[in-house]
Design a protein around this ligand. Structure first.
Ligand SMILES: *Cc1c(COP(=O)(O)O)cnc(C)c1O
Ligand SMILES: [Zn+2]
Length: 394
């Protein structure tokens, strides 16, 4: 059973009802996050029970927002391996470098977590039609979980989304529209659909369910480390549900007494689209919309994340930082990770590795610290990019 109490606005604190479908705060429009009866969980749930359950993220059901397990829509998401990257660590000068490989998820990215939770929660609450703007990977997940749940699915994505990702959506037979521009332009299309046809808009951080899925990455890392938090987490960040969800997860784990400290959260972006890095440097708590966003790492090509305040708060509260890396560093890093560790990382994950190198060079991490870098998706989604940037074939 779930210990969910409701959904609280991160900006004004208003508590929202868990038994009706929620989006953003009805008073101030801010993002909502799920609240649980942590004291009851602490008293009644022993953390060792999880080990005896199935190897998906749903093993943490008590701390997820679905009350009846029969509504869970699962394709086996989560419980991805936490790999020790010895050779890459040596090259970076880190003794304890670990890779959480989210490329192993059912549709090849971590987005399966937030979408599995969202589709399950909304199915339980009786929602029939969902719509979403996406840079691609969330669309692939929504198509997969949506059809499995019997929902009507509508997706809007940029025209230049990598073709394998477009194929992942279209093969599932859902409604997909290609939009000129970026995810922000797709967002306007979906807002129009939502108001015109009443389809439930499940945009990043605009429903409280998605961050509950990403928070399971924090739970898994901690469980896989033997109930210990890492020192540093590096995550390629666009809309921020990864970082905001994980930071929430780590804080819940601390409150539960299941870890005794918190990691530093590091946001990795591309030089071609770095609104969060700039806001962090300015000491601001909102981003300026980033003009002319352009990067091969399309999953982090977000000019103005809705939850900017919450992302920046997670970075600052945790003592972390925000790092931008060049496009060439991303491509080089993809090859380096593949050739040293055998992992075909996506360009977003490669950006996180490149950012990690920067952290070491700038003395922001110690060589003995435990650093978890997220490869957020499979490189197979970006084969065209690799082939285009291939040194002459022999
Ligand atoms: C969406 C996505 C990201 C960015 O995650 P956010 O939670 O939006 O910050 C990074 N990598 C990949 C592969 C993605 O699909
Ligand atoms: Zn509010």
């Amino acid at each position: 059973m779930s210990y969910l109490i409701g959904y609280r606005c991160t900006r004004c604190g208003l508590l929202h009802d868990p038994v009706v479908p929620q989006r953003t705060c009805r008073s101030c429009g801010g993002p909502l996050l799920a609240v649980y009866d942590i004291e009851a969980v602490r008293n009644r749930v022993v953390r060792d029970v999880f080990r005896r359950r199935g190897c998906t993220m749903w093993r943490y059901l008590e701390l997820l927002p679905v009350s009846d397990e029969r509504y869970v829509v699962s394709l086996g998401e989560g419980y991805t391996p936490l790999l020790r990257a010895r050779r890459l660590g040596e090259s970076l000068g880190l003794r304890n470098l670990l890779v959480k490989d989210e490329g192993r998820n059912p549709t090849g990215s971590f987005k399966d977590r937030p979408i599995s939770v969202t589709v399950s929660a909304l199915r339980e609450l009786g929602v029939r039609s969902v719509a979403m703007p996406t840079s691609g990977n969330a669309g692939a997940s929504l198509a997969a979980y949506g059809v499995l749940a019997g929902l009507e699915v509508h997706v809007a994505m940029p025209k230049d989304t990598p073709r394998p990702i477009y194929a992942e959506v279209s093969v599932r037979g859902v409604d997909v529209v290609l939009v000129e521009g970026l995810i922000s332009d797709a967002g306007r299309v979906v807002a129009d659909w939502a108001s015109r046809y009443g389809w439930f808009d499940v945009s990043t951080m605009r429903v409280p369910y998605r961050a509950e899925g990403t928070k399971t990455m924090a739970y898994e890392v901690v469980e896989q480390l033997g109930w210990r938090a890492p020192d540093v987490v590096v995550f390629p960040t666009g809309g921020g549900e990864g970082v905001v969800g994980m930071w929430k997860g780590f804080r819940e784990l601390l409150e539960l007494g299941w870890v005794d400290r918190l990691p530093r959260m590091v946001v990795a972006q591309s030089e071609g689209c770095k609104p969060l890095v700039e806001a962090f440097r300015r000491g601001a708590d909102r981003v300026e919309p980033y003009g002319g966003c352009s990067t091969v790492a399309v999953g982090i090509r977000v000019p103005k994340p809705f939850a900017d305040t919450e992302i920046l708060r997670a970075v600052r509260e945790s003592g972390g930082t925000a790092v931008a890396v060049g496009e060439n560093e991303i491509l080089t890093s993809m090859r380096e990770v593949a050739s040293r560790e055998g992992i075909f990382a996506c360009p977003e994950g490669a950006a996180a590795f490149a950012a990690t190198r920067r952290l070491v060079e700038e003395g922001l991490v110690d060589r003995d610290e435990t650093v978890v870098v997220f490869n957020t998706g499979s490189g197979l989604k970006y084969v065209d990019l690799v082939l285009q940037s291939n040194p002459a074939r022999r």
